[in-house]
Design a protein around this ligand. Structure first.
Ligand SMILES: O=C(O)C(=O)C[C@]1(C(=O)O)C=C[C@@H](O)C=C1
Length: 310
């Protein structure tokens, strides 16, 4: 299989910064793509061994196109998670003044993250969506439809652009979470600081179904770090749930929770178990330790096999 890695380009995007954190990708071919759908296609067709994809932003929440692609494209696996701090500047062709800016190029997620600044400082601005944070800036050289662009601060190191305003993000601590997606079914080894991602549907028209789904985790002492509903798309009011659970599928409590979800849900997609980007060890109380699950199973086996009980 090809050793190419796909990322949303052109070079200089936050997605590229996330890919730079992957040791296995160093020295390999990196393919810059124009949209996330193309990155997924590369993985599905085998053109690339993996693709780096934005999945969640601390301000904007889940990247819905990514969550839906993970639900709809079969056999994808998340094999790693990476965090990138996102900051933005407003750039323009040299000579442009802030008061001349009428129209701004920005990636929709970046636009949402800089909206307060833009509304306060350019209250009558128009917005042209671009395919990435770097594409927004490069479009200023290709046409004059826009006067400025929202872009990463490093953009001026590579292109002759002028910074009209710095730190224009609504939240200075914004972080985007990226995942490395592949078709490999080899599970990354458990590290003690892992995450397991699934997408599950609820049985139809049953009161308390969501509570029952969540109980599969709570009764095994498994903490959730993401729960996001997305429309299934076939009818109004039908949702699937994207869930990130603390721990690895090889942890007894996580495995047991997944068995519970599988018994109850009409559709469960396993997206993978992989090391957490923050490397924070998963905390759980002692009664959910692997050994407690194993001991209980042994006890049951003994009862079924007719072994004398102590
Ligand atoms: O990687 C980039 O720079 C992008 O343009 C993509 C993207 C995203 O899809 O969320 C990445 C990080 C920021 O949150 C805004 C945009």
């Amino acid at each position: 299989m090809s050793e190419t890695y796909s990322y949303l380009g052109p070079s200089g995007t936050f997605t590229e910064a996330a890919l730079a954190q992957v040791p296995e990708a160093r020295g390999k071919e990196w393919r810059s793509v124009n949209n996330v759908g193309e990155a997924f296609d590369d993985v599905v067709s085998g053109r690339s061994v993996a693709a780096m994809i934005a999945i969640e932003n601390s301000i904007e929440g889940g990247v819905t196109s990514t969550l839906d692609a993970l639900a709809n494209i079969p056999n994808l696996r998340i094999v790693g998670e990476y965090l990138v701090r996102v900051q933005f500047v407003l750039v323009a062709r040299p000579g442009t003044r802030l008061e001349d800016v009428r129209v701004v190029n920005a990636h929709p997620v970046a636009y949402a993250q800089t909206r307060s600044w833009l509304d306060a400082n350019l209250p009558t601005h128009g917005h042209i969506p671009s395919t990435s944070n770097v594409a927004s800036a490069l479009a200023l050289f290709e046409n004059d439809l826009a006067d400025a662009a929202v872009a990463p601060p490093q953009i001026v190191q590579h292109h002759e652009l002028e910074v009209l305003a710095e730190n224009i993000a609504d939240n200075a601590n914004a972080v985007t979470r990226f995942v490395l997606v592949s078709r490999s079914t080899v599970l990354p080894a458990a590290t003690g600081a892992d995450k397991t991602s699934i997408i599950a549907e609820l049985p139809d028209d049953r009161s308390g179904a969501l509570l029952e789904l969540l109980e599969q985790f709570s009764t095994r002492g498994v903490n959730l770090s993401l729960l996001q509903s997305r429309p299934i798309g076939d009818a109004l009011g039908r949702y699937r749930f994207v869930i990130d659970a603390d721990g690895h599928i090889s942890d007894e409590r996580v495995a047991d929770a997944l068995l519970g979800v599988r018994r109850f849900s009409p559709s469960v997609i396993f997206l993978g178990s992989y090391p957490r980007a923050d490397q924070a060890p998963v905390e759980y109380v002692d009664r959910y330790d692997d050994e407690v699950f194993r001991e209980a199973r042994e006890w049951l086996r003994g009862l079924i096999d007719g072994e004398p009980t102590a």
